[in-house]
Design a protein around this ligand. Structure first.
Ligand code: ASP
Ligand code: MG
Length: 463
Protein backbone atom coordinates (compact mmCIF):
# COMPACT_ATOMS: atom_id res chain seq x y z
CA UNK A 1 0.00 0.00 0.00
CA UNK A 2 1.19 3.46 -0.75
CA UNK A 3 0.24 6.41 1.41
CA UNK A 4 0.67 9.84 -0.14
CA UNK A 5 1.38 13.11 1.63
CA UNK A 6 -2.27 13.82 2.40
CA UNK A 7 -2.54 10.46 4.22
CA UNK A 8 0.13 11.68 6.63
CA UNK A 9 -0.87 15.19 7.51
CA UNK A 10 -2.29 15.01 11.02
CA UNK A 11 -3.52 12.78 13.80
CA UNK A 12 -6.78 12.05 12.02
CA UNK A 13 -4.92 10.84 8.95
CA UNK A 14 -2.56 8.62 10.96
CA UNK A 15 -5.55 7.14 12.76
CA UNK A 16 -7.05 6.30 9.41
CA UNK A 17 -3.88 4.39 8.54
CA UNK A 18 -4.39 2.49 11.76
CA UNK A 19 -7.96 1.78 10.71
CA UNK A 20 -6.75 0.50 7.34
CA UNK A 21 -4.19 -1.66 9.11
CA UNK A 22 -7.01 -3.32 11.01
CA UNK A 23 -9.10 -3.86 7.88
CA UNK A 24 -6.15 -5.69 6.33
CA UNK A 25 -4.95 -7.35 9.52
CA UNK A 26 -4.84 -10.81 8.00
CA UNK A 27 -2.56 -9.84 5.15
CA UNK A 28 1.16 -9.27 5.17
CA UNK A 29 1.70 -5.65 4.39
CA UNK A 30 4.33 -3.35 2.96
CA UNK A 31 3.59 0.33 3.48
CA UNK A 32 5.26 2.83 1.19
CA UNK A 33 5.11 6.44 2.33
CA UNK A 34 5.60 9.72 0.46
CA UNK A 35 6.97 12.83 2.03
CA UNK A 36 4.54 15.07 3.90
CA UNK A 37 2.73 17.41 1.51
CA UNK A 38 4.95 20.11 0.06
CA UNK A 39 8.15 18.90 1.71
CA UNK A 40 9.83 17.65 -1.48
CA UNK A 41 9.24 21.03 -3.09
CA UNK A 42 10.73 22.78 -0.07
CA UNK A 43 13.78 20.53 -0.12
CA UNK A 44 14.37 21.15 -3.81
CA UNK A 45 13.98 24.85 -3.27
CA UNK A 46 16.51 24.68 -0.44
CA UNK A 47 19.07 22.86 -2.58
CA UNK A 48 18.75 25.50 -5.29
CA UNK A 49 19.14 28.41 -2.88
CA UNK A 50 22.11 27.42 -0.75
CA UNK A 51 23.57 30.88 -1.06
CA UNK A 52 20.51 32.57 0.30
CA UNK A 53 21.15 32.09 4.01
CA UNK A 54 17.82 33.54 5.06
CA UNK A 55 15.79 31.40 2.72
CA UNK A 56 17.45 28.13 3.70
CA UNK A 57 17.08 28.87 7.41
CA UNK A 58 13.49 29.67 6.77
CA UNK A 59 12.88 26.48 4.74
CA UNK A 60 14.56 24.25 7.28
CA UNK A 61 12.56 25.82 10.07
CA UNK A 62 9.34 25.05 8.17
CA UNK A 63 10.41 21.49 7.44
CA UNK A 64 11.27 20.96 11.08
CA UNK A 65 8.04 22.47 12.34
CA UNK A 66 5.84 20.46 9.98
CA UNK A 67 7.32 17.21 11.31
CA UNK A 68 7.47 18.20 14.95
CA UNK A 69 3.84 19.33 14.82
CA UNK A 70 2.76 15.91 13.61
CA UNK A 71 4.95 14.16 16.16
CA UNK A 72 3.40 16.21 18.93
CA UNK A 73 -0.07 15.39 17.67
CA UNK A 74 0.31 11.66 17.28
CA UNK A 75 2.57 10.68 20.18
CA UNK A 76 2.24 11.11 23.89
CA UNK A 77 4.71 13.70 25.09
CA UNK A 78 8.00 12.19 26.23
CA UNK A 79 6.95 8.65 25.32
CA UNK A 80 9.75 6.60 23.76
CA UNK A 81 8.12 7.01 20.33
CA UNK A 82 7.97 10.76 20.73
CA UNK A 83 11.63 10.93 21.69
CA UNK A 84 12.80 8.57 18.96
CA UNK A 85 10.85 10.42 16.27
CA UNK A 86 12.13 13.82 17.40
CA UNK A 87 15.71 12.57 17.56
CA UNK A 88 15.32 11.22 14.04
CA UNK A 89 14.18 14.60 12.75
CA UNK A 90 17.10 16.35 14.53
CA UNK A 91 19.68 13.93 13.28
CA UNK A 92 18.48 14.03 9.69
CA UNK A 93 18.10 17.78 9.53
CA UNK A 94 21.64 18.22 10.74
CA UNK A 95 22.80 15.79 8.05
CA UNK A 96 20.83 17.90 5.57
CA UNK A 97 22.57 21.04 6.77
CA UNK A 98 25.95 19.40 6.20
CA UNK A 99 24.98 18.56 2.64
CA UNK A 100 23.89 22.13 2.03
CA UNK A 101 27.37 23.24 3.12
CA UNK A 102 28.86 20.80 0.61
CA UNK A 103 26.63 22.17 -2.13
CA UNK A 104 27.84 25.66 -1.29
CA UNK A 105 31.40 24.46 -1.62
CA UNK A 106 31.11 22.20 -4.67
CA UNK A 107 28.03 23.40 -6.54
CA UNK A 108 24.70 21.69 -7.04
CA UNK A 109 25.84 18.50 -8.79
CA UNK A 110 22.94 16.25 -9.93
CA UNK A 111 23.50 13.69 -7.14
CA UNK A 112 23.05 16.38 -4.49
CA UNK A 113 19.57 17.12 -5.78
CA UNK A 114 18.47 13.54 -5.13
CA UNK A 115 20.28 13.31 -1.83
CA UNK A 116 18.56 16.46 -0.56
CA UNK A 117 15.10 15.57 -1.86
CA UNK A 118 15.23 12.11 -0.28
CA UNK A 119 14.86 13.53 3.22
CA UNK A 120 11.10 14.04 2.92
CA UNK A 121 10.45 10.30 2.70
CA UNK A 122 13.16 9.46 5.23
CA UNK A 123 11.38 11.60 7.81
CA UNK A 124 7.78 10.70 7.01
CA UNK A 125 8.34 6.94 6.80
CA UNK A 126 10.25 6.73 10.03
CA UNK A 127 7.47 8.64 11.78
CA UNK A 128 4.89 6.27 10.28
CA UNK A 129 6.87 3.25 11.50
CA UNK A 130 7.10 4.73 14.98
CA UNK A 131 3.37 5.44 14.91
CA UNK A 132 2.65 1.77 14.19
CA UNK A 133 4.90 0.81 17.11
CA UNK A 134 2.96 3.17 19.35
CA UNK A 135 -0.15 1.15 18.43
CA UNK A 136 1.64 -2.02 19.49
CA UNK A 137 2.01 -3.22 15.93
CA UNK A 138 5.05 -5.07 14.74
CA UNK A 139 6.81 -3.14 11.99
CA UNK A 140 10.21 -2.29 10.65
CA UNK A 141 11.55 0.83 8.91
CA UNK A 142 13.35 0.15 5.64
CA UNK A 143 15.01 2.94 3.66
CA UNK A 144 14.36 2.02 0.03
CA UNK A 145 17.94 2.76 -0.95
CA UNK A 146 18.76 -0.54 0.71
CA UNK A 147 16.60 -2.42 -1.79
CA UNK A 148 15.81 -0.47 -4.93
CA UNK A 149 18.84 -0.29 -7.19
CA UNK A 150 18.64 2.14 -10.11
CA UNK A 151 20.65 3.53 -12.98
CA UNK A 152 22.54 6.84 -12.63
CA UNK A 153 19.80 9.01 -14.06
CA UNK A 154 19.50 11.37 -11.10
CA UNK A 155 16.06 12.89 -10.43
CA UNK A 156 14.43 10.42 -12.77
CA UNK A 157 16.18 7.14 -12.08
CA UNK A 158 15.11 3.88 -13.67
CA UNK A 159 15.10 0.73 -11.55
CA UNK A 160 17.53 -2.05 -12.42
CA UNK A 161 14.98 -4.78 -11.87
CA UNK A 162 17.33 -7.74 -11.72
CA UNK A 163 19.54 -6.16 -9.07
CA UNK A 164 16.50 -4.98 -7.16
CA UNK A 165 15.07 -8.50 -7.24
CA UNK A 166 18.26 -9.77 -5.63
CA UNK A 167 18.06 -7.19 -2.88
CA UNK A 168 14.41 -7.97 -2.20
CA UNK A 169 15.28 -11.65 -2.09
CA UNK A 170 18.02 -11.12 0.47
CA UNK A 171 16.58 -8.34 2.59
CA UNK A 172 12.81 -8.59 2.48
CA UNK A 173 11.79 -12.14 1.62
CA UNK A 174 13.45 -13.81 4.64
CA UNK A 175 11.66 -11.45 7.02
CA UNK A 176 8.41 -11.61 5.12
CA UNK A 177 8.28 -15.37 4.99
CA UNK A 178 9.09 -15.86 8.65
CA UNK A 179 7.00 -13.13 10.16
CA UNK A 180 3.49 -13.18 11.55
CA UNK A 181 0.66 -12.14 9.29
CA UNK A 182 0.26 -8.79 10.95
CA UNK A 183 3.85 -7.71 10.45
CA UNK A 184 4.38 -4.47 8.51
CA UNK A 185 7.30 -3.13 6.49
CA UNK A 186 7.52 0.66 6.23
CA UNK A 187 9.49 1.57 3.13
CA UNK A 188 10.41 5.06 2.00
CA UNK A 189 8.82 5.94 -1.34
CA UNK A 190 10.54 7.82 -4.15
CA UNK A 191 14.15 6.86 -3.40
CA UNK A 192 16.64 4.26 -4.54
CA UNK A 193 20.39 4.08 -5.04
CA UNK A 194 22.73 3.53 -7.91
CA UNK A 195 25.36 0.79 -7.96
CA UNK A 196 27.99 2.80 -6.16
CA UNK A 197 25.60 3.78 -3.41
CA UNK A 198 24.54 7.32 -4.23
CA UNK A 199 20.91 8.04 -3.43
CA UNK A 200 18.75 8.44 -6.51
CA UNK A 201 15.09 9.41 -6.88
CA UNK A 202 12.48 7.94 -9.20
CA UNK A 203 10.93 11.14 -10.53
CA UNK A 204 8.30 13.42 -9.02
CA UNK A 205 5.36 11.49 -7.65
CA UNK A 206 7.62 8.44 -7.64
CA UNK A 207 6.31 6.82 -4.46
CA UNK A 208 3.57 5.04 -6.38
CA UNK A 209 6.32 3.66 -8.54
CA UNK A 210 8.19 2.41 -5.47
CA UNK A 211 5.16 0.37 -4.45
CA UNK A 212 4.85 -1.22 -7.86
CA UNK A 213 8.58 -1.96 -8.17
CA UNK A 214 8.47 -3.77 -4.84
CA UNK A 215 5.38 -5.73 -5.88
CA UNK A 216 7.16 -6.76 -9.06
CA UNK A 217 10.24 -7.99 -7.21
CA UNK A 218 8.24 -9.80 -4.55
CA UNK A 219 6.42 -11.67 -7.27
CA UNK A 220 9.63 -12.52 -9.13
CA UNK A 221 11.61 -13.84 -6.18
CA UNK A 222 9.10 -14.79 -3.49
CA UNK A 223 6.92 -17.85 -2.98
CA UNK A 224 3.80 -15.77 -2.43
CA UNK A 225 2.15 -14.81 -5.72
CA UNK A 226 -1.07 -13.39 -4.34
CA UNK A 227 0.10 -9.80 -4.35
CA UNK A 228 -1.90 -6.62 -4.75
CA UNK A 229 -0.93 -2.95 -4.79
CA UNK A 230 -3.24 -0.35 -3.28
CA UNK A 231 -2.66 3.35 -3.82
CA UNK A 232 -4.58 5.43 -1.28
CA UNK A 233 -5.63 8.71 -2.86
CA UNK A 234 -7.93 11.62 -2.16
CA UNK A 235 -10.29 10.56 -4.96
CA UNK A 236 -12.39 7.42 -5.48
CA UNK A 237 -10.21 6.26 -8.36
CA UNK A 238 -9.71 7.08 -12.02
CA UNK A 239 -12.44 9.23 -13.47
CA UNK A 240 -13.57 9.03 -17.08
CA UNK A 241 -13.00 12.73 -17.41
CA UNK A 242 -11.59 15.60 -15.40
CA UNK A 243 -14.50 16.85 -13.23
CA UNK A 244 -13.51 20.42 -14.09
CA UNK A 245 -15.12 19.76 -17.46
CA UNK A 246 -18.02 17.55 -16.43
CA UNK A 247 -18.86 17.67 -12.71
CA UNK A 248 -20.72 14.35 -12.69
CA UNK A 249 -17.72 12.53 -14.22
CA UNK A 250 -18.07 8.76 -14.04
CA UNK A 251 -15.72 6.51 -12.07
CA UNK A 252 -13.83 3.86 -14.02
CA UNK A 253 -14.18 0.60 -12.09
CA UNK A 254 -12.38 -1.97 -14.19
CA UNK A 255 -9.63 -1.05 -16.58
CA UNK A 256 -6.89 -3.16 -18.11
CA UNK A 257 -3.18 -2.36 -18.14
CA UNK A 258 -3.05 -1.20 -21.75
CA UNK A 259 -5.98 1.16 -21.32
CA UNK A 260 -4.62 2.43 -18.03
CA UNK A 261 -1.28 3.22 -19.65
CA UNK A 262 -3.00 5.29 -22.31
CA UNK A 263 -4.93 7.21 -19.67
CA UNK A 264 -1.89 7.76 -17.50
CA UNK A 265 -0.03 9.18 -20.49
CA UNK A 266 -2.66 11.82 -20.96
CA UNK A 267 -2.13 13.83 -17.89
CA UNK A 268 -4.42 11.89 -15.54
CA UNK A 269 -2.22 12.78 -12.60
CA UNK A 270 -3.72 10.00 -10.50
CA UNK A 271 -1.60 7.30 -12.02
CA UNK A 272 1.90 7.24 -13.41
CA UNK A 273 2.49 5.19 -16.59
CA UNK A 274 5.69 3.71 -15.19
CA UNK A 275 3.75 2.00 -12.40
CA UNK A 276 1.86 -0.07 -14.89
CA UNK A 277 4.98 -1.26 -16.62
CA UNK A 278 6.17 -2.83 -13.35
CA UNK A 279 2.87 -4.68 -12.82
CA UNK A 280 1.78 -5.78 -16.24
CA UNK A 281 4.19 -8.66 -16.80
CA UNK A 282 3.04 -10.62 -13.76
CA UNK A 283 -0.54 -9.34 -13.95
CA UNK A 284 -0.37 -7.91 -10.45
CA UNK A 285 -3.62 -6.07 -9.75
CA UNK A 286 -3.58 -2.45 -8.65
CA UNK A 287 -6.36 -0.69 -6.79
CA UNK A 288 -6.81 3.04 -6.52
CA UNK A 289 -8.88 3.78 -3.44
CA UNK A 290 -10.17 6.75 -1.54
CA UNK A 291 -8.34 7.19 1.76
CA UNK A 292 -11.50 8.68 3.24
CA UNK A 293 -13.48 5.48 2.54
CA UNK A 294 -11.13 2.63 3.36
CA UNK A 295 -14.01 0.16 3.69
CA UNK A 296 -15.52 0.88 0.28
CA UNK A 297 -16.77 -2.26 -1.47
CA UNK A 298 -17.71 -1.02 -4.97
CA UNK A 299 -16.50 2.45 -5.76
CA UNK A 300 -12.82 2.18 -6.51
CA UNK A 301 -10.69 1.54 -9.58
CA UNK A 302 -9.16 -1.84 -10.22
CA UNK A 303 -6.42 -2.10 -12.82
CA UNK A 304 -5.95 -5.70 -13.90
CA UNK A 305 -6.31 -7.94 -16.93
CA UNK A 306 -10.03 -7.30 -16.89
CA UNK A 307 -11.78 -4.32 -18.32
CA UNK A 308 -15.37 -3.24 -18.70
CA UNK A 309 -15.03 -3.62 -22.43
CA UNK A 310 -18.13 -1.73 -23.38
CA UNK A 311 -16.97 1.50 -21.78
CA UNK A 312 -14.87 4.34 -23.06
CA UNK A 313 -12.17 4.70 -20.41
CA UNK A 314 -11.15 8.28 -20.54
CA UNK A 315 -11.64 11.58 -22.19
CA UNK A 316 -8.83 14.01 -21.66
CA UNK A 317 -7.72 17.24 -23.21
CA UNK A 318 -4.65 19.20 -24.10
CA UNK A 319 -5.93 22.73 -23.84
CA UNK A 320 -3.03 24.65 -25.29
CA UNK A 321 -1.39 23.11 -28.30
CA UNK A 322 -0.13 24.29 -31.64
CA UNK A 323 -0.59 22.33 -34.81
CA UNK A 324 2.06 22.95 -37.42
CA UNK A 325 1.27 22.08 -41.01
CA UNK A 326 3.93 21.82 -43.67
CA UNK A 327 2.69 21.72 -47.22
CA UNK A 328 4.48 21.30 -50.50
CA UNK A 329 3.87 19.54 -53.78
CA UNK A 330 7.43 18.36 -53.70
CA UNK A 331 6.97 16.25 -50.61
CA UNK A 332 5.22 13.56 -52.59
CA UNK A 333 7.23 10.37 -52.71
CA UNK A 334 10.41 12.08 -51.55
CA UNK A 335 12.01 9.88 -48.90
CA UNK A 336 13.30 11.48 -45.75
CA UNK A 337 11.11 14.57 -45.45
CA UNK A 338 9.57 13.46 -42.17
CA UNK A 339 12.97 12.46 -40.89
CA UNK A 340 14.19 15.99 -41.60
CA UNK A 341 11.24 17.57 -39.82
CA UNK A 342 11.54 15.47 -36.71
CA UNK A 343 15.29 15.68 -36.58
CA UNK A 344 14.97 19.44 -36.45
CA UNK A 345 12.43 19.16 -33.64
CA UNK A 346 14.63 16.71 -31.75
CA UNK A 347 17.68 18.92 -32.11
CA UNK A 348 15.71 21.80 -30.59
CA UNK A 349 14.38 19.60 -27.78
CA UNK A 350 10.79 19.99 -28.91
CA UNK A 351 8.55 17.10 -28.13
CA UNK A 352 6.06 16.19 -30.85
CA UNK A 353 2.73 14.63 -29.90
CA UNK A 354 0.13 13.95 -32.56
CA UNK A 355 1.29 13.42 -36.14
CA UNK A 356 -0.97 13.23 -39.14
CA UNK A 357 -0.15 12.79 -42.78
CA UNK A 358 -2.44 11.66 -45.53
CA UNK A 359 -1.38 8.91 -47.87
CA UNK A 360 -1.15 11.52 -50.64
CA UNK A 361 1.82 13.06 -48.80
CA UNK A 362 0.85 16.59 -49.81
CA UNK A 363 1.05 17.90 -46.30
CA UNK A 364 2.11 16.87 -42.84
CA UNK A 365 0.63 18.15 -39.60
CA UNK A 366 2.01 17.65 -36.16
CA UNK A 367 1.33 19.01 -32.71
CA UNK A 368 3.71 20.63 -30.26
CA UNK A 369 3.16 22.36 -26.94
CA UNK A 370 2.11 25.95 -27.40
CA UNK A 371 5.19 27.24 -25.60
CA UNK A 372 7.43 25.41 -28.08
CA UNK A 373 5.61 26.64 -31.18
CA UNK A 374 7.72 29.67 -31.93
CA UNK A 375 10.94 27.74 -31.55
CA UNK A 376 9.58 25.02 -33.84
CA UNK A 377 8.56 27.45 -36.59
CA UNK A 378 11.87 29.26 -36.43
CA UNK A 379 13.75 26.01 -36.67
CA UNK A 380 11.84 25.10 -39.82
CA UNK A 381 12.14 28.53 -41.41
CA UNK A 382 15.84 28.76 -40.70
CA UNK A 383 16.61 25.38 -42.17
CA UNK A 384 17.77 25.46 -45.78
CA UNK A 385 15.57 22.55 -46.64
CA UNK A 386 12.21 24.01 -45.69
CA UNK A 387 12.61 27.70 -46.37
CA UNK A 388 11.74 27.89 -50.09
CA UNK A 389 9.35 25.26 -51.40
CA UNK A 390 7.31 24.69 -48.33
CA UNK A 391 4.40 26.49 -46.79
CA UNK A 392 4.46 26.43 -43.03
CA UNK A 393 1.36 27.20 -41.04
CA UNK A 394 0.77 27.22 -37.28
CA UNK A 395 -2.55 27.35 -35.45
CA UNK A 396 -3.40 27.25 -31.76
CA UNK A 397 -5.68 24.34 -31.09
CA UNK A 398 -6.99 21.99 -28.44
CA UNK A 399 -6.83 18.22 -28.56
CA UNK A 400 -9.28 15.74 -27.14
CA UNK A 401 -8.11 12.19 -26.47
CA UNK A 402 -10.63 9.41 -26.13
CA UNK A 403 -9.31 6.19 -24.72
CA UNK A 404 -10.41 2.57 -24.34
CA UNK A 405 -10.58 -0.61 -26.41
CA UNK A 406 -14.05 0.48 -27.40
CA UNK A 407 -12.50 3.16 -29.59
CA UNK A 408 -11.46 0.41 -32.01
CA UNK A 409 -15.11 0.00 -33.01
CA UNK A 410 -16.35 2.06 -35.95
CA UNK A 411 -19.64 2.53 -34.18
CA UNK A 412 -17.93 4.45 -31.39
CA UNK A 413 -16.11 6.70 -33.81
CA UNK A 414 -19.30 7.33 -35.75
CA UNK A 415 -21.02 8.43 -32.56
CA UNK A 416 -18.23 10.82 -31.66
CA UNK A 417 -18.28 12.54 -35.03
CA UNK A 418 -22.07 12.67 -35.07
CA UNK A 419 -22.03 14.35 -31.68
CA UNK A 420 -19.51 16.95 -32.85
CA UNK A 421 -21.37 17.52 -36.10
CA UNK A 422 -24.59 18.30 -34.24
CA UNK A 423 -22.92 21.41 -32.81
CA UNK A 424 -20.94 22.26 -35.95
CA UNK A 425 -17.62 21.60 -34.27
CA UNK A 426 -15.02 21.44 -36.98
CA UNK A 427 -12.38 18.72 -36.70
CA UNK A 428 -8.98 19.86 -37.98
CA UNK A 429 -7.04 16.62 -37.72
CA UNK A 430 -7.41 13.17 -36.24
CA UNK A 431 -5.09 10.38 -35.35
CA UNK A 432 -5.62 6.76 -34.45
CA UNK A 433 -3.42 3.85 -35.38
CA UNK A 434 -4.56 0.28 -35.73
CA UNK A 435 -3.76 -1.04 -32.29
CA UNK A 436 -3.75 2.20 -30.39
CA UNK A 437 -6.61 2.43 -27.95
CA UNK A 438 -6.78 6.14 -28.34
CA UNK A 439 -8.38 8.55 -30.74
CA UNK A 440 -7.04 12.10 -30.81
CA UNK A 441 -9.13 14.87 -32.28
CA UNK A 442 -7.78 18.33 -33.00
CA UNK A 443 -10.29 21.19 -32.79
CA UNK A 444 -10.44 24.95 -32.27
CA UNK A 445 -9.67 25.99 -28.73
CA UNK A 446 -12.97 27.77 -28.22
CA UNK A 447 -14.90 24.55 -28.92
CA UNK A 448 -13.12 22.46 -26.33
CA UNK A 449 -15.56 22.52 -23.43
CA UNK A 450 -18.60 21.98 -25.65
CA UNK A 451 -16.93 19.16 -27.48
CA UNK A 452 -15.91 17.36 -24.32
CA UNK A 453 -19.38 17.59 -22.86
CA UNK A 454 -20.97 16.33 -26.06
CA UNK A 455 -18.67 13.35 -26.26
CA UNK A 456 -18.96 12.49 -22.57
CA UNK A 457 -22.73 12.73 -22.60
CA UNK A 458 -23.25 10.79 -25.80
CA UNK A 459 -20.77 8.05 -25.08
CA UNK A 460 -20.72 7.55 -21.40
CA UNK A 461 -24.18 7.92 -20.10
CA UNK A 462 -25.78 5.23 -22.12
CA UNK A 463 -23.44 2.60 -20.68
N1 ASP B 1 7.74 13.13 -2.47
C1 ASP B 1 7.92 12.90 -3.86
C2 ASP B 1 7.31 14.03 -4.66
O1 ASP B 1 6.72 14.93 -4.10
C3 ASP B 1 7.40 11.57 -4.28
C4 ASP B 1 5.93 11.37 -4.08
O2 ASP B 1 5.26 12.16 -3.44
O3 ASP B 1 5.41 10.36 -4.60
O4 ASP B 1 7.44 14.04 -5.85
MG1 MG C 1 4.02 14.12 -3.12
Amino acid sequence: MKFGGSCLQNEEAFNKIYEITKIYENEKKIYVASAFNGITDLLLNTAKNVNNEKQIDNNIAIIEKRHIDVIEEIFEEDSSHYIKAKDWVDKNLSELEDILEDIKEFGLEPYYVDYVSSFGEILSTYILNEFLHSKNLDSVYIPANKVIITDDNFSNAYPLYQLTNNRVKNKIIPLLENMNKDFIFCVTGFIGRNKIGYITTLGRGGSDYTATILAHSLYEVGKEKDIKVILWKDVDGLLAINPNYVPQASLIKNIDYTEAKEIANFGAKVLHPKCLEALEKNKIPLEIRNFDNPDEKFNFTMVSEHSDKDQIKGISAMEDATIITITSGSMVDVPGVLAKIFKLMGKNKISVSLVSQSASEISTSYVVKKEDAEKAINALKNSEYFDVFYRIKAENVAIINITGSKILENKTKAKIFEALDKQNIYVKAISQSSDELNLSIVINQENLIDAIKLIHNDLWEEN
